[in-house]
Design a protein around this ligand. Structure first.
Ligand code: GLN
Length: 546
């Protein structure tokens, strides 16, 4: 057996305000270390009491990111996967809810032998055990641990205390803390201000943590004087004060950190043995993102259009597939309910492709269905995901097969023409959390189809998050009218991909391809959708040359 390597730990915390980009910083640093030949993974601690974000409203949480093993996780795990091109598991995301759930379950079993169960040591021990579990699961060189929330929040305290204990135990040559702060620019005085950073570091010091590196988010350049001042007040070396200036795309962040030598500082502090940095592929990708040749407009029809985070993986997959086609994908957000009011024409006439988004519940469904009818009849490229597939089947059943009242039992429980129905295994499910058909399942691809052109493989694995499915009773009727079932789950004969023959590009999947699109490897279905949309756009003379 190969000997276990010595694992090094990097804790990422944030102060002053939330949304400083701890997830992107963790991902970017992870990429820089991975591109030096190190085996890296990232873990996220979320301070909320929900067991997972699966039951949260998209307004609260944004997208729920599903991993291969079927865990419903924080959307930061999507960034980790996209940047590092690795797959995460349930071990990579832990919430306060999960920690307490385990501790309380243990207590009920009598495992604490009469002790008073407390935050320290029981909760903090459980937090540290989760880090150990990830460590033991593979042969990692580096584990980056992102602590959600902001230093000073009541909710984050147990995680920070566990981190303090952990760092003390493994020693500061094996574990470091990178603290993200904000250095705001005050317009009236024309200055960048360091005080919030000083206060944030003081809060960390109060709980016994001296940061090793400060990443200072700022709109402006941090001068040497300013870096020296921050270093002096916060007991870090001036070279460990890193500028984290706003950049044009999140994918440029690793390049900005490389310039600031963040990776080199980490390597020297942790005494890591590694190769020279190789970012060639990444740089090529970023160049295509920043300066592509063409621009096209794609419609994204959903119900949370004012909330880009709800469709995070989809918008990122457009960036990856755009880059592969040397094209900037401009997203036109289309509220399904607007189409119900005004009809599809005003919203869809200037787009070169339409994606109908995943979703739950009946709001906006009829709008989505009439949008799909419009693009089917007008031969505009179409790509449906999950609910998007279900709407496409309903539309086709109603308007092509003459099944006039075709519907899903999700929207009309009593419908007799249930072309979409609750899956058999879902009928007995009562609990809401973690009970959908979740995670990766195999899918057989039929040769000679659009799906096969995209994947060039007969067996694929894709991730799922749904309760409803195409009703197999209607398959032959749908097929007779030209619907092709090009992807089928072999285990239970469920429809995974549908497409239409007499259309330049009409495809939909029951699974979520967006969850497996990676920065430098666009998902095949997205890549083909953008390719088809670009050629439609060229034909209609709608492509902009940049
Ligand atoms: N609401 C649908 C279902 O549960 C679709 C889910 C989705 O789009 N993720 O089957």
């Amino acid at each position: 057996m190969a000997t276990k390597r010595k694992v090094k730990f990097i804790f990422i915390t944030g102060g002053v305000v939330s949304s400083l980009g701890k997830g992107i910083t963790s991902s970017s640093l992870g990429l820089l270390l991975k591109q030096r030949g190190l085996k890296v993974t990232i873990m996220k601690f979320d301070p909320y009491i929900n067991i997972d974000p699966g039951t949260m409203n998209p307004y609260q949480h944004g997208e729920v990111y599903v991993t291969d093993d079927g865990s419903e996780t924080d959307l930061d795990l999507g960034h980790y996967e996209r940047f590092l091109n690795i797959s995460m598991t349930k071990l990579n995301n832990t919430t306060t809810g999960q920690i307490y759930n385990t501790v309380i379950t243990n207590e009920r079993k009598g495992e604490y032998l009469g002790a008073t169960v407390q935050v320290i040591p029981h909760i903090t021990d459980e937090i540290k055990r989760r880090i150990e579990l990830l460590k033991e699961s593979d042969n990692y060189d580096v584990i980056i641990i992102e602590i959600g929330g902001t230093v000073g929040d009541i909710e984050s305290l147990p995680f920070l205390e566990a981190m303090r204990q952990f760092m003390h135990k493994v020693g500061r040559t094996n574990a470091i803390n990178i603290h993200l702060t904000l250095v705001p620019f005050i317009k009236s005085s024309g200055e960048l201000k360091t005080k919030p950073t000083q206060h944030s570091v003081k809060t960390l010091l109060e709980i016994g943590i001296q940061p090793d590196i400060l990443v200072c988010r700022s709109e402006r350049r941090l001068t040497k004087d300013l870096k020296d001042k921050i270093a002096l007040f916060c007991n870090v070396e001036p070279s460990s004060v890193i500028e984290g200036r706003d950049v044009d795309t999140i994918y440029s962040v690793p390049l900005a950190y490389e310039k600031e030598k963040l990776d080199e500082i980490v390597i020297s502090k942790l005494n890591l043995k590694c190769n020279p940095l190789n970012l060639e592929k990444w740089k090529h990708f970023v160049k295509r993102v920043v300066a592509p040749k063409y621009k096209i407009k794609i419609g994204l029809c959903g119900k949370y259009i004012e909330l880009a985070d709800a469709y995070k993986s989809i918008t990122e997959a457009f960036i990856h597939s755009g880059a592969e086609n040397n094209t900037k994908v401009e997203i036109k957000w289309i509220a399904a309910e607007d189409i119900e009011k005004d009809g599809p024409e005003p919203y869809l006439k200037d787009i070169s492709g339409l994606l109908v988004a995943p979703g739950f519940g009946s709001r906006g469904i009829e709008g989505k269905i009439s949008a799909i009818k419009y693009v089917r009849e007008n031969k505009i490229p179409f790509f449906g995901i999950c609910l998007g597939l279900q709407c496409a089947v309903i539309e086709f059943a109603r308007n092509v097969c003459g099944i006039k009242n075709a519907n899903s039992t999700e929207f009309n429980e009593k419908t007799k023409q249930n072309v979409i129905d609750l899956m058999l295994e879902q009928k007995k499910v009562k609990d809401k959390g973690g009970t959908m058909r979740l995670g990766a399942y195999p899918c057989n691809i039929q040769k000679g189809t659009l799906a096969y052109t995209a994947y060039k493989k007969e067996l694929i694995y894709e991730r799922h998050r749904h309760r409803y499915e195409v009703n197999n009773k209607y398959k032959s009727q749908l097929a007779k009218h030209g619907m092709v079932f090009s992807g089928i789950c072999p285990a239970n004969d469920l429809v995974e991909i549908i497409e239409l023959n007499n259309h330049p590009f009409f495809i939909a999947s029951q699974f979520h391809p967006e969850l497996k699109s990676r920065a430098t490897i666009a998902h095949p279905l997205f890549r083909e959708f953008i390719k088809a949309s670009l050629s439609y756009s060229n034909k209609k003379k709608m492509t902009e040359e940049l």
